[in-house]
Design a protein. Structure first.
Length: 361
């Protein structure tokens, strides 16, 4: 389960990690009585469960004069399809430098992986790719209660020593909360010391009971709908809708879209035995996202019968073009049905993905 920034910051601060002064507001007006506590300039941060809020317009700078109006603006937005219901108003830190710090599960060694980078606030994947030397890492067996000082020194390099204790505290959060990811990006230095300017915490769903947590996440309407039907469904940033059966085939379709230089808007794994009704619901659900310009259906018919799938696609009757690759049981029947209604059915995964990428260019 993913925690929102303010929830994660509350936990981090319980472990002694310094966080900025803040108030959580649920209406713009609530801010007017609280501004005294934040200083003359502050930051308004949408509490929505998406990465890269800054770039998506979810973080606004404000001051006493325009505070309430700026909060109004933020509450009026939807950030990557999620409405803004809560805003964290924080004192604006005079940032000297931004670092990146995270603790994650290292699946290969079955240990904790601690990452520290001299450049924070940015996307860590691209940093690791473009300047690998700026990212340092250590792996540590989860049985250790503290990071040994030599590991902290290795991670820090030339970064200020005052960051050391924060690294150890985040490692403790990670261990004690059964996290799969604890991240501070950016971890910032200011004249008043080190602060977690952002916070991300994901706890292993299998540990929620042990941690005494009941999940009540803000799902988008479509995510809720997908859950109801038992689909695996995820929303992304691109413009191609993807429907597959089985995680492997669905992921391979996404990889191929990336390979041809485009991005999926969302993807849905219908699971096994996709009958007409289910396929219809899947297509409608994927098509309901405004950013979806074309839909790729890539299904392998085993238990799933291709003619059932074709009927489901036709019944959904969505406005976007649907490009189909069906292989397996009753493939020819499926093809005839789709041909009859003017849908494009191609023979290989490569062909459907290429066609979809061309369609959105
Ligand atoms: P994210 O986009 O969801 O990762 O949100 P962050 O909380 O990481 O904020 C994005 C960026 O906004 C940070 O990298 C900072 O550059 C900037 N930012 C956030 N809080 C402050 C602050 O208190 N002071 C200043 N000057 N910049 C901030
Ligand atoms: Mn961040």
């Amino acid at each position: 389960m993913k925690f929102l920034e303010y929830e994660a910051k509350k936990i981090f601060s319980e472990y002694g990690i310094p966080v900025p002064k803040s108030v959580l507001i649920r209406t713009p007006e609530e801010l007017s009585g609280q501004m005294d506590r934040l200083g003359s300039e502050f930051v308004l941060k949408a509490q929505v469960d998406v990465g890269g809020r800054g770039k998506a317009g979810g973080i606004l700078m404000a001051d006493r004069k325009n505070g309430v109006a700026t909060a109004k603006e933020l509450f009026g937005k939807t950030i990557k399809c999620l409405p803004v219901r809560e805003v964290l108003a924080e004192e604006r830190l005079p940032i000297q430098h931004e670092y990146y710090l995270s603790v994650a599960v290292d699946r290969s060694t079955k240990e904790a992986l601690v990452l520290f980078a001299d450049a924070g606030g940015v996307d860590i994947e691209s940093l690791a790719k473009n300047s690998p030397d700026a990212v340092r890492r250590v792996s540590i067996p989860l049985l250790m209660h503290d990071l040994p000082p030599f590991m902290i020194r290795d991670l820090l390099g030339k970064a200020p020593k005052e960051i050391g204790p924060v690294i150890n505290k985040l490692y403790r959060v990670f261990c004690e909360k059964d996290a799969i990811l604890a991240e501070i990006n950016p971890l910032v230095t200011t004249p008043a010391g080190v602060f977690a300017a952002d916070a991300k915490l994901i706890i292993d769903d299998n540990a929620l009971g042990r941690q005494g947590i009941t999940a009540n996440r803000d799902l988008t309407e479509r995510e809720r709908e997908a859950e109801k039907h038992g689909f695996s469904y995820v929303e992304l940033d691109g413009s191609i809708g993807v429907i597959g059966n089985g995680a492997g085939l669905t992921m391979a379709t996404l990889d191929l879209i990336e390979f041809y230089g485009s991005q999926a808007a969302n993807f849905l794994d219908v699971g096994g035995g996709a009958e007409q009704e289910r396929v219809m619901q899947a297509v409608k659900l994927v098509a309901a996202v405004p950013s979806v310009k074309v839909i790729v259906v890539n299904l392998l018919g085993g238990i799933t019968r291709c003619d059932e799938v074709a009927r489901g696609i036709i019944q959904a009757d969505v406005s976007q073009p649907v490009i189909v690759r069906l292989a397996g049981t009753n493939e020819e029947e499926g093809r005839k049905l789709l041909d009859g209604k003017g849908y494009r059915m191609l023979n290989t995964m490569d062909q459907v993905v290429k066609a979809a990428v061309e369609a959105v260019q």
